[in-house]
Ligand binder design. Sequence first.
Ligand code: SF4
Ligand code: SF4
Length: 358
Amino acid sequence: MQLKTLTLRLTGDCNFRCRYCYSTKSSCSLSYTSARKAIDIFYPCFTHNYHLIFYGGEPLLEFPLLKKIVFLAGEKDRSNGKKALFSITTNGSLLNDDILNFIQHHSFHVELSFDGLAQDIQRKKSSFKAMVTLLDKLIQSSRIDLEVNSVFTPETVGLLADSVAFMAGMQVPRIRLSLSSTTLWDDRSQEELKKELERLEDILTKHYKETGTIPVLNYIKKSSIGLFTCMAGQERMAVDCDGNIYGCDLFREYTKRVLDQAEIEKYCLGNLESLAENHHSVFNRTALHYSRFSQDKLRSGEEKCFLCPELKYCGVCPVNSFLSGGTLFDIPPFLCSLNLIRIQSKKRFWARIESLPA
Ligand code: SF4
Ligand code: SF4
């Protein structure tokens, strides 16, 4: 196994209660002993440059632990010639100057959850102003690789285009737009999404003409278009704060919701203790199940994705499909419609960009 990414859920707790958050909260924290064991077990499988992702809940609630893990990975890397690339997914509320200095020093990739003009509505009330101040600092830091993840729901979709304009105006280098999939998008909200994306295409075209850049990752053209495949349990693994191991943190959410023990065992690799003893047989067992998730194996209603004309442009996370009210293999029709709306918008945008005079 060639492992590119290991996610460590430092805590199941969070100081925010975002309306759309699907993460199962708990009061558990990862122990340093477990973190060390996880890194020891997976280290031989890590690629030369591997990603260590600090996740939660809110991982900065466990900053002293995070620091110890960074030092531990650094030590191991020095004697093994590998290099950890550190990432954190954070709501930013605890990111003070000391933490900023530390993550700058270690050249972190920061994925900041910030919902633009919808921040105070669906994340934490009155957090918008502090987030803007923080964003300014992160943008100024040449050593931090910043990405903002903004989530919109049927309730806040009308703020999507203006939120991107606001963030692009602040020089946020990379914005990822996510649509909450745990809420049903009815016909009216889908229409509103279409209109917002048309406005967004105008904003992005203007931005491109002025700067030559496209700050929204969803609109970047891929250099090669291949079939979307979930890499859980193959190139990536995740350790929960209780020491249980999954192919991706999202499969933890799946196993928390299914009651069938046989189904849980397909995707949970067991605990760090048991994995240390039997890792070969466990990897082989779960790899078989995890390797089934490519877009052509999924379907939406009666539509089989492999027959869909948009197959190569579409990518549905199987657990997202499940959380949206489907199954790992059956995508709810509203989620399919959201994808089609997004795919059409990106195509329109690129048709405009490619028709611009050179
Ligand atoms: S657009 Fe719908 S049917 Fe087509 S590949 Fe995506 S989810 Fe499947
Ligand atoms: S597609 Fe979903 S489950 Fe698979 S690796 Fe990506 S986020 Fe995880």
